[in-house]
Design a protein. Structure first.
Length: 76
């Protein structure tokens, strides 16, 4: 999955937060929805301009961020 085809950051949109290309829907919002128990189908129904690939791109982006250690350490 080449997330760069789906996820962009534009300082003019949502203060530069990563968003799904062609929308104002942030990666953060998608993660919040999944974290709140929404299913992929519920998200796609609520946001019809999204695709299955754009949702997968969110997780590919997140994986790359973690691999590059772009995260906040969690103390045990």
């Amino acid at each position: 999955m080449d997330w760069q085809n789906h996820i962009i950051s534009d300082k003019q949109v949502l203060l530069g937060k990563p968003i799904i290309k062609g929308t104002r829907i942030s990666v953060e919002l998608i993660l919040e929805l999944f974290g709140s128990g929404w299913t992929e189908n519920q998200i796609l129904e609520a946001y019809p301009n999204l695709s299955t690939d754009s949702l997968r791109a969110v997780f590919a982006y997140l994986k790359d961020c973690l691999q590059q250690e772009l995260y906040f350490p969690i103390s045990a």
